[in-house]
Design a protein around this ligand. Structure first.
Ligand code: NDP
Length: 294
C-alpha cells in the first residue's frame, strides 16, 4: 500500500472530545444540549445508526433520546410529533432518520422541522444558507465531515481539482457547495459527476481530490485515480463475503486495495467518513444549544 491512511475514526474521536469540552462549558451555563432522534419503522441499518447517535451523544455529556415509532405511523402523526419537539425547549436538535416508510413524504417532514433545530442540515433554509456561504445555519453532516477530514489531514483544497461522483441532496450537492466556498476547506474547482456523465473516468483521473458518493460497491478502482490524489470514500455498501462468519462485509464505493496503490491519501471503509458523520451531528446539536441561549 502506497497511500497514507486518513483515519476518520481517530479524527472523529478527537472531535468528540472537543465536543465534550463544549458540552461542559454549556453545562456550566445551565444548558444540557439535547438531541432527539426519531426512528419510524424497523430498518435494521437505520436502527444501528440511531443507536450509535444516541450512544455518542450521551458519551459527550449530551441528552440523547430516541423516539421509536411503528412503521404504520401516519404522516400526520409524525408531523404532530415534530411540532411538539419544535416547541420543546429541552430539545435543541431534531433528526428524523431516513429512509421513512413509503407512505410518508420525507420532504414534507424535513420542511416541518424548525430550521434552528435541523441538525441534519436538510431544511431548505439551511441548504440555502450553505449555498450562499452564511455560517449561521447547519451544514449537512456527511459533507461537513469530509471537509473536516481534509482540513485536519492537511489536504490543500485551494485551487485543487475536486471531483465528486454522486449528486444526491444529502452528499453530492452539498459537498460541491462546500468545496467551492471561498474559505479554508473550500476554494476548489469542483466537478460533479452522476449516472449520466459522459466519460466518468476522464473526470476521476484528473482529480486531485476524488470523492465517491455513489452507492456502488468498489466501483472506483486504482486505474481511475490520478497518482498521488486524495480519495475520500463516502460509500457504505454491504456485500456478500462467504469467508466471514457473518457472510458479508462492509465496503465503500472505492476498491480500496487497488486505489491505495495509486492514491496519496485514502479513507478506509469502515473507519473513514462514517464516524465523522456522527461527530458532525453532535457538533451541530451543540451549536443549536449555544444559539438557543445567545
Ligand atoms: P444516492 O443513491 O442518493 O446517490 C447516488 C449518486 O451516485 C447519484 O447521483 C447517482 O447518479 C450516482 N451514480 C449512481 N451510479 C452511478 C454510476 N454508475 N456512475 C456515475 N454516477 C452514478 O446515494 P447517497 O448520496 O445517499 O449515498 C451515496 C453512498 O454514500 C451510499 O453508499 C451511501 O450508503 C453512502 N452514505 C454514507 C454516509 C456515511 O455517513 N458514511 C452517509 C450517507 C450516505 P444519478 O443522480 O444520475 O442517479
Amino acid at each position: 500500500m502506497r497511500a497514507e491512511l486518513i483515519d476518520g475514526a481517530a479524527i472523529a474521536a478527537q472531535i468528540r472530545s472537543e465536543i465534550a469540552r463544549d458540552v461542559g462549558a454549556l453545562a456550566a451555563r445551565g444548558v444540557v444540549p439535547g438531541l432527539t432522534v426519531v426512528l419510524v419503522g424497523e430498518d435494521p441499518a437505520s436502527a444501528v445508526y440511531v443507536a450509535n447517535k444516541e450512544k455518542f451523544a450521551k458519551q459527550a455529556g449530551m441528552r440523547g433520546d430516541t423516539i421509536r415509532l411503528a412503521a404504520s405511523t401516519s404522516q400526520a402523526e409524525l408531523l404532530a410529533l415534530v411540532e411538539r419537539l419544535n416547541a420543546d425547549p429541552a430539545v435543541h436538535g431534531i433528526l428524523v432518520q431516513m429512509p421513512l416508510p413509503s407512505h410518508i413524504d420525507p420532504d414534507v417532514v424535513i420542511r416541518h422541522i424548525d430550521p434552528r433545530k435541523d441538525v441534519d442540515g436538510f431544511h431548505p433554509v439551511n441548504v440555502g444558507k450553505l449555498l450562499i456561504g452564511h455560517t449561521d445555519g447547519f451544514l449537512p453532516c456527511t459533507p461537513a465531515g469530509v471537509i473536516e477530514l481534509l482540513l485536519r489531514s492537511g489536504v490543500e483544497t485551494r485551487g485543487a481539482e475536486a471531483v465528486i461522483v454522486g449528486r444526491s441532496n444529502i452528499v453530492g450537492k452539498p459537498m460541491a457547495a462546500l468545496l467551492m466556498q471561498p474559505r479554508a476547506g473550500g476554494d476548489a474547482t469542483v466537478t460533479v459527476c452522476h449516472s449520466r456523465s459522459r466519460d466518468l473516468y476522464e473526470h476521476t483521473r484528473r482529480a486531485d481530490i476524488l470523492i465517491a458518493a455513489i452507492g456502488r460497491a468498489e466501483m472506483i478502482r486504482g486505474e481511475h485515480i490520478k497518482p498521488g490524489a486524495t480519495v475520500i470514500d463516502v460509500g457504505m455498501n454491504r456485500v456478500a463475503d462467504p469467508s466471514r462468519a457473518s457472510g458479508s462485509r462492509l465496503c465503500g464505493d472505492v476498491h480500496f486495495d487497488s486505489a491505495a496503490e495509486v492514491a496519496g491519501r485514502i479513507t478506509p471503509v469502515p473507519g473513514g467518513v462514517g464516524p465523522m458523520t456522527i461527530a458532525m451531528l453532535l457538533q451541530n446539536a451543540v451549536r443549536a444549544a449555544e444559539r438557543s441561549i445567545t
